[in-house]
Design a protein around this ligand. Structure first.
Ligand SMILES: *Cc1c(COP(=O)(O)O)cnc(C)c1O
Length: 438
């Protein structure tokens, strides 16, 4: 059988067929590219479900009262929402738009958690009208606003408070995010989190069930969680004097996936074991009842399941300098290399087993010199018309896609057992014009 490069980064069903083409979910990627055009995103249903089960099963095995809530911002469509509901996975939303997508799939309201540092009044009204289970409140302004909205609607809204654990110095991994100076959450260190607890407990239409934190993403090590959890649970224990009775606790998401060889993420079961043990130990230490545990993977559920498929076009070789191979997508559908310097691994879909004898830089088609998907990658010789697949493109690519250069956002296929279902069509020029007045 042909060896597939980057097998551990590609969807779990990746294979090579008798034509020597890459297959995903039993579908020939080159045939899909011809049929649906490129750029194209292909999601493997098997991998999505397997990751849901790894989280739900992995955490339940270690901590029976646990709940997995998928962070919709990683990728959101009604078809995915249906799969998540079937797999007993809830969702996190951060806007009314993300709510609208899951609502359209009839997603169970009690499994929705509304996050974000500046939710609007209308968005909160929409969320309460749908009867969502949790709102994770991020500011004093929001405590007042949500209490008012809940009173107008005649409901009591269950909430968590997002706290900021200031774990600066405890890990080199979180550079600028887990620290005091960032926009999310009430800092524990400054006393603002304590003030927020007192303020929220005094609101008649809010029911404070506990606290939440989120350290950043992706977190390739377990220590940031095991350092932050006892610190935050000690805070929760201290808040009992103000009347806080913790029922729910969430250490957020941030679970890593592999993008390039040689930096494998921990297994989900390792995250589950470390987080569960840490919560249990801290509860024991501080005399707290064990709360319901909510974990919020985004990237880890859909990242590996998705591949971006492009066609090769122009090739520019600067002798002794670099060879640029341009594809028909780029920063419009995947901004991560430009935004974060993110790295990716690319496979020649119409010849994955060919020897990687060339070193090329894969460029996008957008009018930015920084629009490069992969720099200096070892690949088989590529010619115009070849099809390439970018591994681990399922998270934070399409969800951050834009119409830059008035490009059309790509279609999305869900593949499974040799069947490909178009779950989002390619945009058209009419779509580009639909919101403009002539
Ligand atoms: C983005 C986010 C997540 C998910 O992060 P991943 O790295 O995709 O797992 C979870 N919780 C909150 C509050 C977030 O903002």
């Amino acid at each position: 059988m042909t060896e597939i490069p980057y097998r551990e980064l590609l969807p779990m069903t990746a294979g090579v067929n008798s034509d020597g083409h890459l297959t995903i979910g039993g579908c020939d990627v080159v045939t899909l590219a011809a049929r649906f055009g490129t750029p194209l995103y292909v999601y493997d249903e098997h991998t999505i479900r397997a990751m849901c089960r790894a989280f739900v099963g992995g955490f339940e095995a270690e901590y029976p009262d646990s709940h997995v809530s998928y962070s919709s911002k990683a990728f959101s469509t009604p078809a995915l929402a249906r799969i998540l509901a079937e797999e007993r996975v809830g969702v996190d939303i951060v806007t009314g738009g993300e709510l609208a997508i899951v609502r359209s799939a009839g997603f169970p309201a009690d499994a929705i958690n509304f996050h974000g540092n500046n939710k609007g009044r209308v968005e909160l009204e929409e969320a309460l009208d749908y009867g969502i289970g949790l709102v994770t409140v991020d500011s004093m302004y929001e405590i007042d606003l949500l209490d008012e909205v809940a009173r107008e609607k005649g409901v009591t809204q269950q909430i968590l408070l997002r706290v900021s654990p200031s774990i600066d110095g405890r890990t080199h991994l979180l550079t600028s995010t887990g620290v005091l100076d960032q926009k999310f959450g009430f800092p524990i260190e400054t006393g603002q989190a304590e003030e927020a607890v007192r303020h929220a407990l005094g609101k008649p239409n809010l029911d404070l069930a506990g606290v939440h934190f989120h350290l950043g993403s992706p977190i390739f090590e377990l220590e940031p969680y095991t350092q932050a959890i006892p610190y935050v649970l000690e805070f929760v224990a201290n808040m009992r004097e103000h009347g806080l009775e913790q029922r729910i606790f969430s250490p957020g998401g941030g679970f890593a996936i592999g993008y390039v060889p040689g930096s494998p993420p921990p297994d989900i079961s390792d995250y589950a074991a470390a987080i569960s043990a840490s919560v249990r130990e801290a509860c024991d230490t501080f005399g707290l009842d064990e709360p319901r545990l909510i974990v919020e993977p985004g990237r880890a559920i859909v990242g590996r399941a998705g591949v971006a498929v492009y066609s090769v076009g122009a090739i520019k070789e600067i002798p002794g300098v670099r060879k640029y191979v341009s594809v028909d997508g780029g920063m419009g559908d995947n901004i991560r290399p430009v935004l974060y310097g993110a790295e990716y691994s690319i496979v020649k879909a119409n010849g994955p087993g060919e020897p990687a004898t060339d070193i090329v830089t894969i460029a996008g088609k957008y009018c930015e010199s920084g629009d490069l998907l992969v720099k200096d990658a070892a690949l088989p010789i590529l010619e115009p018309g070849d099809v390439v697949a970018v591994a681990a493109s399922g998270a934070y690519c399409l969800s951050m896609a834009s119409n830059y250069n008035m490009s059309l956002r790509p279609p999305v296929l869900l593949v499974n057992d040799g069947e490909a279902r178009l779950i989002r069509r390619r945009e058209t020029y009419d779509d580009l014009l639909a919101t403009s007045n002539l």
